[in-house]
Design a protein around this ligand. Structure first.
Ligand SMILES: NC(=O)c1ccc[n+]([C@@H]2O[C@H](COP(=O)([O-])OP(=O)(O)OC[C@H]3O[C@@H](n4cnc5c(N)ncnc54)[C@H](OP(=O)(O)O)[C@@H]3O)[C@@H](O)[C@H]2O)c1
Length: 257
């Protein structure tokens, strides 16, 4: 079994680490002996998570209440963790809080989503991935979505932002694979998180378990560039295969119940 602190460094940052998939990553990493920096907006939820990690796994934690859709967030995060040996960075926050048509949300809402899901992801990769490359060890996980495979109705800016994350992860994997840094673009399907339950009427949909998602990803950090959770071929390509783009977009736009 991989010795995570020895392989990567002793601290992991989880951007969006206070519930759902991010909290599952935090527990999985703490169980592997990593100290944890948790980032999210709601301070009390962060504190509860950190307290539980310390109690259950005996690791050290640090929490930062930041809004990742703001210009200064990643710079503040870098400053607040400058004294730590950051070996793993998981950029998890990124779900869409409202699935509505493009013009049914404000321009500011679109800008905030794109900032959190693209600009801050890029900045985190640059500011935290750079030192990993210099040290010759580390891991970067960018959590993306099946919405990245093709455009779709009610998914325009969200899907576009997730395609950005997928392609960014793949490009960084190509650049850093021989520099000792593992990069994984983690593609998720419907997963049972508080965000999803706030957004969608779940009905009888089969949902992935966040614990399974995080465990699988942590066991496959070195198997990038892309890991598709729940796929029979998790390192394979788009499930739309050789479909022409129009058919793929129409398939993505069909409501799934
Ligand atoms: N759940 C699914 O079915 C599903 C499907 C495909 C892909 N994904 C991807 O999986 C990832 C996780 O999704 P999720 O369902 O767990 O929900 P999420 O809302 O993306 O993540 C929840 C975590 O992120 C934090 N967060 C959200 N917005 C933030 C912001 N602006 N600034 C700082 N922290 C923020 C939340 O805490 P606060 O609210 O306190 O800030 C919480 O800790 C996302 O990237 C999403 O695109 C999820």
């Amino acid at each position: 079994m991989t010795d995570f602190p020895a392989t990567y460094g002793s601290w992991a940052v989880i951007a969006g680490g206070s519930d759902g998939v991010g909290a599952a990553f935090a527990r999985g990493l703490a169980a592997r002996g990593m100290n944890i920096v948790l980032v999210a907006r709601r301070a009390p939820v962060l504190e509860d998570c950190a307290t539980a990690l310390e109690k259950d796994y005996g690791v050290r934690t640090r929490t930062l209440s930041l809004d990742l859709s703001t210009e200064e967030a990643i710079g503040e995060l870098e400053h607040a963790t400058a004294d730590l040996d950051i070996g793993i960075f998981v950029y998890n926050a990124g779900s869409d809080s409202r699935t509505v048509e493009f013009l049914d949300r404000t321009l500011d809402e679109h800008r905030a989503l794109v900032h959190r899901n693209c600009v801050s992801v890029l900045e985190a990769a640059y500011r935290f991935g750079g030192p990993m490359v210099t040290r010759g060890r580390g891991a970067l996980v960018l959590v993306t979505s099946g919405a990245a495979w093709a455009g779709g109705r009610n998914l325009a800016s969200y899907g576009a932002s997730k395609a950005f994350d997928l392609i960014l992860a793949e490009g960084l994997w190509a650049e850093w694979r021989e520099r000792g840094v593992h990069v994984l673009g983690l593609v998720l399907g419907a997963t049972d998180t508080p965000s999803l339950r706030r957004t969608l009427d779940i009905g009888d949909r089969v949902l992935a378990d966040p614990h399974d998602v995080a465990e699988q990803a942590l066991e496959h950090l070195a198997d990038g560039p892309t890991w598709i959770h729940g796929s029979e071929n998790p390192t394979g390509g788009s499930p739309f295969g050789a479909l022409d783009r129009r058919s793929a977009v129409l398939a993505m736009s069909t409501p799934r119940h």
